[in-house]
Write a protein that binds this ligand. Sequence first.
Ligand code: ARG
Length: 569
Amino acid sequence: MINFKAKIAETIADVTKINKEELQSYMEIPKDSKNGDYAFPCFRLAKELKKAPPVIASEIKENMKIDSEIIEKVEIVGGYLNFYIHKKLIAQEVLNEIENNENYGKSEIGKGKNIIVEYSSPNIAKPFHIGHLRNTLLGRALYNVYQYLGYHTIGINHLGDYGTQFGKMIEGYKLWGEEYNLEENPIEQLMEIYIRINNLCKEDEQVLENCRENFRLLEEGDKYCVALWNQIKDLSMIEFNRIYNMLGIEFDSLKGEAFYSDKIPEVIDLLEKSGKLEESEGAKIIDLEEKGIHTPCLIQKSNGSSIYASRDLAAILYRARNYDFDKCLYVVAYEQNLHFKQIFEVAKLLGLDEKYTNGLEHISYGMVRLATGKMSTREGTVIKVEELLKEAIQRAKVIITQKNPELEEKEEVAKKVGIGAVIFNDLSGARIKDEIFDWNTILNFQGETGPYIQYTYVRTKSVLEKVNKVPKFKEINLEKIADESSQNIIKLLYHFEETLRQVTNKEEPCILARYLIDLSKAFSNFYNENKIMVDEKELQDARVYLTYSVGKVLKIGAGLLGIQMPNKM
Ligand code: ARG
């Protein structure tokens, strides 16, 4: 497809002699299409050219050589240059591409670049909670979009499978193991042991010491400790995998914290060499005061055990060497902002190429809070994700049965709708914002929800089913879809790839979620204003073709977010 934005930027670059990429980055898409398809804000050049924006605008307009095959007209409004592309040309570009490209919007812009997306990363032996769910979905959506844009992606589940807490669990198991049956509800059993041993540690310093010693032994490879730890890990993974399966999530690597244990000495060595590693009460730390971080980064405990931060530093070294990453994204809740500031700063002392240290990025996100009301929760605050997903499916089933009692394969559809609703809800807001979880909102077929997008898709499907055959692009008379509601759809379809690029530029899946809502709404408008099945064949064909295009893009876009489309609902 023609990249109109780039074409316009080139034209302006010829006149101003300013770099076209820079100019392109200034360009905007006017909210109101009355102001054209693209706007160039001249005030961005005022400083450089030492002229007032309206003056710049008229000088550019006078001197630029516009390609009249592409641009219908240019207007000056205030300090803006507004560009209008020939409507027919946009339609032709988009609709032709949709016919010829199974993977519409896919590109190769990321070719040769390696992107690590570290996501999910729950702590084993602890419940997988609603925050991990949001994390998992955010990470997966980013992974998918990067991949679609041609990047080589590596999805890593950095399991929290190490640390003193395992020393504690081992101690608890030594003391009371025979009272528990780990095979049955392992995570609940382990949590009980954990709570019990924690209480004992508070009372008895010696017990705490034993726990630390257990972790030291585990790290040294002690047989008993390693076997028990392996069992805990396996049992936890069985639980987590049930959730990942329901969500259709896979990872390229499951190397968790423990994997880095034997790689800590090199980290200590490198930091030692940097001259920044200090002793503090027997422990090793890096002071970050001069970097404006007021809490020092703890690197090693006084008993020599590794620690969360040092395992992360070893992971950075390992990933730089083994994946040669251009970006390493850490999808982790904002509670860990300080931790990532610290390790990203300390990573600069490891002697790595700047490419790597510049590529580290914390993708933080807000908490999930519950709207009051019924929710399958056991202890009030801990919501079991598996139960939540099952409940979503159940509720979806009730709704679709009411709406369409005759529907076949209700179970399958309910799965897609229920899970789709949860996924969309998790991804629809800016990630840094806290999220409210409310059943009534997320399953509302008329709201800005996953089911609304699915429902729109199903409507496109049922139109296609009625006509039985999608016309060929070359048979379409574009004059028949020159009305405003059709044009709105065409423009949105054109912006799909750009939308995906923005998702990666800002690391914000909500941009795609928003896009899918806008496209669904545009289709509803079109559908309400235009009868699709009409006597005039040319008109019907054009409208059917547009309907087909919307369905295709909705499905691709939703798929990238991890949402599956039912054919009927
Ligand atoms: N396991 C941690 C938790 O659940 C998150 C790990 C984040 N990733 C990292 N590289 N530190 O809190």
